[in-house]
Design a protein around this ligand. Sequence first.
Ligand code: ACO
Length: 325
Amino acid sequence: MTMQRSVVLGCGSYLPSRVLTNQELARAVETSDEWIVQRTGIHERRVAAAGELTSDMALHAARAALANAKIDAQSIDLIVLATSTPDQTFPASAVSVQAGLGITHGAAFDLQAVCSGFVFGLATTDGLLRTGAFKRALVIGSETFSRILDWSDRTTCVLFGDGAGAVVLEAQEQPGTREDRGVLTVHLRSDGRHKNKLYVDGGPSSTQTVGHLRMEGREVFKHAVSMITDVVVDAFKATGYTANDIDWFVPHQANKRIIDASAHKLGIAPEKIVTTVDRHGNTSAASIPLALSDAVADRRIKRGNLVLLEAMGGGFTWGAALVRW
Ligand code: ACO
């Protein structure tokens, strides 16, 4: 029986021009290029320019995705922006993107699931498209983590960066088999018992300040691989696919050691892993669409490929999706 699927029409990304290298960071805090590369695989990250907002970067990424999809902004009727670093407490940064694209119809809102934001945004959008309420959507991840970092804390400031990525999805009728194009399955999880292991120590209702990112890095690392592999196994079970069937593994780009350990545990061949964390650090909700855009631009990911996405982050939240390109 045929069914509605959310099919990817295109993707795009944006990185601010300012590159911050490990060597520069080592002049500001007690760290070294060698330590950062060995523990995380990160060589450099980007930092948004003064006055450059999360919505500005999201708009750049959205325009790049629309160009890649070869569609007009006016055909978009839903914008879901995943971010933990919105321009303001409200309105949602998504409405600034909507206005920037000159769209006055449909709906736009933000979604907050920290580093898992893009996978949560994909699941939300897929659900809304499949109801028939919307036809074409932009799912965007955009973050300015440079604004919530404590730049004197070497245990966190070396890990994160700024950037944005976007994907255009369209509701299309597909045959209703696992060979369909589009989002085949998405699995989301949260466990608030871990909420104090990775958090920001400020907010409108608690301190009336923006706050800074705080993290128990070792604790996050300890849970990351098992949470990621569990939820990916759920995605495999739901579709009957295995690690051997996937063409590309596009994980949240937090840390090369977490990525490699997860791929190893899942039995995913190293040559199928798309890694960009070396060039932009952990960009939270932006990292998956940044990596996707990279692999689409250099023609690794092609139409018909089976792509596995996963993420894990603050909350903890975590999730995985299988998408046929
Ligand atoms: N440079 C030099 N030394 C450092 C630095 C630094 N930037 N940061 C910490 N250290 C020191 C520590 O103080 C400690 O010193 P001590 O032994 O004298 O106490 C030593 O290095 C080892 O510290 P650990 O925290 O045990 O180092 P670890 O090997 O666990 O690596 C890291 C730290 C990279 C943060 C790791 O725990 C990690 O990757 N955790 C996951 C964090 C993450 O990716 N978070 C992103 C958000 S969640 C997500 O997206 C999945």
